[in-house]
Design a protein around this ligand. Structure first.
Ligand SMILES: [Zn+2]
Length: 137
């Protein structure tokens, strides 16, 4: 359907590569800075882009990122955090396309941390196992 949205062939985060889902979330240097910063902050070693294997699709990448274990609190927390980071990257991509506005990676990472703490405060007990506690506690 034609919606007359701008067609941006290039990734709006790095402006160096054609935009694909795999590039945006797994290879883009801007996204990798965000993932690495979250890795340094959280207790989730799988979020280190330097250790990621090349994946052929997003679902393979996601399961490599958070592990296939479904039973541990850490695995459940890692999945929540990975979804939050991916969502934040997606929102930044959209902000740049539709609002012609840019946040720094530092600001994006700070907002991810704030949102993770908010989720923990709201009862995300598994996420609490891999991120720090809100400063008010
Ligand atoms: Zn990119």
């Amino acid at each position: 359907m034609l919606r007359e949205w701008p067609n941006c062939y290039f990734c709006q985060l790095c402006l160096r590569n054609l935009e694909t889902g795999l590039h945006l979330f797994t290879v883009c240097p801007v996204s990798c800075i965000i993932w690495a910063s979250i890795r340094a902050w959280s207790h989730c070693p799988g979020m280190n882009p330097a250790n990621w294997e090349t994946a052929s699709d997003l679902s393979t990448w996601f399961f490599n990122l958070v592990g296939n274990s479904t039973s541990t609190a850490e695995a459940k927390g890692a999945r929540s955090l990975a979804i939050l980071v991916a969502w934040s990257i997606w929102c930044e991509r959209n902000r740049r396309i539709f609002y012609d506005a840019v946040k720094t990676t530092t600001r994006i990472v700070e907002e991810i941390k704030e949102n993770a703490r908010l989720w923990v405060s709201a009862g995300a007990k598994h996420l609490a196992t891999i991120v720090d506690r809100p400063s008010s506690e």
